[in-house]
Design a protein around this ligand. Structure first.
Ligand code: PHE
Length: 497
């Protein structure tokens, strides 16, 4: 067969003359790279029904490097035989003079070509036959010439075991005429241009069909971090329940609003630098509310409003210390004080979702900052039952139906309850939040009417986010180790699904 340059036209006229063919055989016959032929077949396939293409897998035998060496220079056993002179040779000398002597020697012995004589001067190897035929070499040389060479499957398997032969699987294609077979192919147009319309040439052109399942180029865009997606869901739930959002832009807060207003005594361990980040510049807040502050001081040191207080020497300097707020309940305190200053009391439902800071030992589930979700309801005559009802409703909207409460302690709530939910995956109750009814020692100094109660609860935003996005290390969610691809490819969040 004369060598032709491979081309689409060449392939089409080849089928026209010779009928269906196999791509690998065709490539061999024109001494062309198979992959090049495959490329052209694929482009013909893209034209529609010009050709039919079917994939076939074929196995064939191929010599290994060692096998090729044997085909060229002889088998290991023949090399050993040839190294034995008619008068014999010391075994030790033989073994060191022939490559692969060990294999060659044992094969030569089992073929009956040589034998070992043990004498007083050591073992000598002698020929048992005058000459040998190196069948292994002949077989391999034949297989190298043609994969169809007459060698039994049993022998092939043995040569495979000797790592002289290997079985190679190749993928090729059977190509035959298609329904729209033609010898003249025209590259189909991908676009209808104004020129084609003006000249009328579109009439005679073929157009590439639309590929409606093409994915298209993803547009470059920004991505929302998982925390922001979950935050949007929480915000939506609060808004549906009629809550309005509190302003949470005050990361730096005074100890007064973060602790004192919440009836948290000045000796409380949470007010230690080990737990709270204090600000060094400006170290103190100078704008504490002059009319409200003495009332807070009194309830801590002397009591009042039916409470005996803590009975210690309350210090302004302690209340003035600036810090990074440790909870968003500081925001709730400011908002409730503001509410108390209105002429007439009105019920409110407030929420916030923002950052808080704690001087924590960092580990897989704790960072020095996290987000708190907080909700509160202020109205006349609210009870613990209302709190449990609101919490049940809130978590039901998150898709959490099984809730349990456990008595707890907060300086600013009485009673206080930790919230647990049944985690089907872990098979146990896990803590998901904290809640309570704000103490009169907190609300009455603010000036709220005596029959007004405030129920409140808080939880972290990180925990549900980590569960939702199946992250088990908080450092994969926040901080310098965050994988931006995780942010780009994480799905939108629907908490109720
Ligand atoms: N402030 C509490 C915390 O940091 C949460 C909480 C909010 C508890 C409101 C009771 C009421 O864990």
């Amino acid at each position: 067969m004369p060598q032709e340059a491979v081309s689409a036209e060449g392939i089409l006229s080849y089928i026209d003359k010779n009928g269906p063919f196999n791509s690998e055989d065709y490539a061999n016959s024109i001494q062309e790279d198979h992959q090049k032929v495959v490329g052209i077949i694929k482009s013909l396939q893209g034209l529609g029904q010009v050709v039919n293409v079917e994939q076939v897998t074929r196995k064939h035998w191929e010599l290994t490097d060692e096998g090729r060496d044997v085909a060229r220079t002889g088998s290991h056993e023949a090399k050993v035989f040839n190294a034995v002179p008619p008068e014999g040779i010391a075994q030790s000398e033989l073994m060191s003079s022939v490559p692969n002597a060990k294999i060659g020697f044992s094969k030569a012995v089992s073929c009956g070509w040589v034998r070992v004589d043990k004498g007083p001067a050591g073992a000598r190897v002698c020929r048992r036959v005058q000459s040998v035929t190196d069948v292994v070499r002949l077989h391999l040389a034949a297989l190298q010439d043609s994969a169809d060479a007459d060698v039994s499957e049993k022998l092939k398997a043995e040569y495979k075991k000797r790592k002289l032969l290997q079985e190679v699987v190749s993928k090729s294609y059977t190509v035959s005429k298609g329904a729209d077979f033609t010898l003249n192919i025209e590259k189909p147009e991908t676009d209808l241009t104004p020129e084609m319309i003006a000249s009328g040439s579109w009439r005679s052109k073929t157009f590439k069909p639309y590929n409606f399942s093409a994915l298209g180029v993803p547009p470059a865009r920004g991505h929302l971090h998982p925390l922001l997606k979950v935050r949007a869901e929480f915000r939506q739930i609060f808004l549906e329940m009629g809550f309005s959002e509190m302003p949470t832009n005050r990361y730096v807060e005074s100890s007064f609003w973060n602790f004192d207003a919440l009836f948290q005594p000045q000796q409380h361990p949470a007010r230690d630098a080990h737990d709270t980040f204090f600000i060094s510049d400006p170290a103190n807040s100078v704008s504490l509310p002059a009319d409200y502050l003495p009332k807070v001081k009194r309830v801590h040191s002397q009591g009042g409003f039916g409470s005996q207080g803590y009975g210690y020497d309350w210090k302004l300097e302690e209340a003035q210390k600036n810090l990074l707020r440790t909870h968003t309940t500081a925001v709730s305190a400011r908002m409730l004080r503001q509410l108390a200053q209105e002429k007439e009391f009105r019920p409110v439902k407030y929420f916030s979702i923002d950052r808080v800071f704690r001087n924590e030992t960092l580990d897989a589930t704790h960072l020095a900052e996290f987000h708190q979700v907080e909700g509160l309801v202020a109205d006349r005559g609210l009870t613990l039952g209302h709190l449990m009802g609101v919490i049940n409703e809130f978590f039901k909207k998150l898709g959490i139906e099984q809730i349990r409460f456990k008595p707890a302690y907060n300086p600013y709530t009485e009673p206080s309850m930790e919230i647990f939910s049944w985690h089907a995956g872990l098979g146990k109750w896990v803590e998901i939040g904290n809640s309570g009814v704000f103490r009169p020692e907190m609300l009455l100094p603010m000036g709220l009417p005596e029959d007004v109660n405030v129920i409140a609860w808080g939880l972290s935003l990180e925990r549900p986010t980590m569960i939702k996005y199946k992250l088990d290390n908080i450092r994969d969610l926040c901080g310098h180790r965050v994988d931006l691809q995780m942010v780009a490819s994480n799905p939108i969040c629907r908490l109720d699904k």
